[in-house]
Design a protein around this ligand. Sequence first.
Ligand code: ADP
Ligand code: TRP
Length: 328
Amino acid sequence: MRILSGIQPSGQLHLGNWFGAIRQFVKLQEAGHECFYFIASYHALTSLRNASDLERATMHLACGYLALGIDPARSVFFVQSDVPQVTELCWVLNCVCPVGLMERGTSYKDKVARGLSPNMGLFGYPVLQAADIVIYDANLVPVGADQKQHIEMTRDLAEKLNREVGTEERPVLVVPEPYILEEVAVVPGIDGQKMSKSYDNTIEVFATPKETGKRVMQIVTDSTPLEAPKDPAKCNVFALLKLFATPEETAEIADRYRAGGYGYGHAKKRLAELINDRFADARARYAEYEARPDHVRDVLREGGRRAREVAEATMERVRGACGLMVNR
Ligand code: ADP
Ligand code: TRP
């Protein structure tokens, strides 16, 4: 099974990225699948146009992926823009992509509603994402629930190109499936909305224990007094706690909520401890990678080389099927 996924370098990695995406990336790698994981630098350009910010975010994500367990000896790990073939395939897919399909994009509409400038890159973002996926012949794409529509669009575009330039016996592109785990499909942020860089409601993976504690204290709760019984199902702190605690501890804390006498402050303190424990090793590894940028660059260079080989093979197939004569 060929697995592929990417994350945009547009901010600090947060708990939503870990539970919704990277944790599955690592598990699929450990299960022995052929994995391709990348840093979506071209996608970040749709909303970020400051060279030093993009470079910094790219290095942060590279160190973060490695520290959280992406192993370049087992997975092809690279930066999207080191494989320019993907923009070539994006053009080919643009030529079969109905404008109406992009107009229905909920992520595009959200971004414009939030004030991002509606440029063609943002509008056609899902076409580039489709190219990312099909250029590596991926079968399965692990992502959070917010990306479901993009994977459906990828399937539509791949099927359309296959119909238009492929043959029944020799499809040009592999049609992928999404891989979305329901229990972590949408991790809530400190305000109870979906955790996202764009909502300023994240808890970062690579913060210090002190910063983590401070952020956890900012999680929004209602004003039920300490003594009163509380409903765990309605509490943002509990929603995050249950992602970190064992099933036994989760059940025990739920009982304490219902019994009363257990305050949100207690739950927050425990949550901060659990987060800091969970990421202590990864944070130490992150610091090591951050101190060796040349090593990280070497890892990315080698990943890019391996990715380009696969991408070029797909492009040869696509060029041939479309009649794009190659004269180099
Ligand atoms: P953000 O919304 O912060 O910009 P990205 O769009 O860069 O995050 O997401 C990268 C990956 O992490 C995607 O697979 C996405 O689905 C997943 N992800 C992001 N936020 C969450 C969340 N709150 N819950 C579950 N998965 C998430
Ligand atoms: N759009 C994804 C996100 O915002 C990032 C991404 C780009 C991606 N290309 C991809 C995810 C290909 C999976 C597969 O998180």
